[in-house]
Write a protein that binds this ligand. Structure first.
Ligand SMILES: [Zn+2]
Length: 144
């Protein structure tokens, strides 16, 4: 998938809904496809020269959520990615971009200038940002 997500009729359909919607209305195939550990390994070799320690585990959220794409827990050193994105309709580079973002939080707790400078080394980061923003904002729902 390139650029703006192809949501078809789902886009208009979801816009006016502020409540939970049935799973079958989500315009994605949400059969889980991605293994976060192997995607994290790709990020480590592509962005960190093959070595990045200190993350206890990479895991998908138990459910799909609105409100965040990924998060890093400083105490437990766990990186969690929103399972709404675990779909063949979401290119793996967007997942890798999120993993990279959360991994940077190991050393940079805030989105300050130093953080952004590193973040923007990710190939196609602007397109990734755009994809993520335009994908999640279509759904006026909290959780499903
Ligand atoms: Zn962040």
């Amino acid at each position: 998938m390139k650029g703006r997500p192809d949501t078809g009729k789902g886009q208009c359909f979801f816009k006016n809904y502020g409540r939970k919607v049935p799973l079958e209305w989500i315009p994605y195939d949400r059969t889980p496809v991605y293994d976060l550990d192997s995607l994290a390994q790709e990020v480590i070799s592509e962005m960190f020269g093959g070595s990045f320690d200190g993350i206890a585990c990479y895991q998908w959220t138990d459910k799909a959520y609105k409100g965040f794409f990924g998060r890093y827990f400083h105490e437990s050193r766990v990186i969690e990615i929103n399972s709404v994105l675990n779909s063949k309709d979401v290119d793996k580079k967007y997942i890798k971009y999120l993993l990279y973002h959360e991994m940077l939080h190991r050393d940079y707790p805030r989105h300050d200038a130093a953080f952004r400078e590193l973040e923007h080394r990710f190939p196609d980061w602007e397109q990734c940002d755009h994809f993520l923003d335009s994908t999640m904002n279509q759904f006026d729902i909290k959780e499903w």
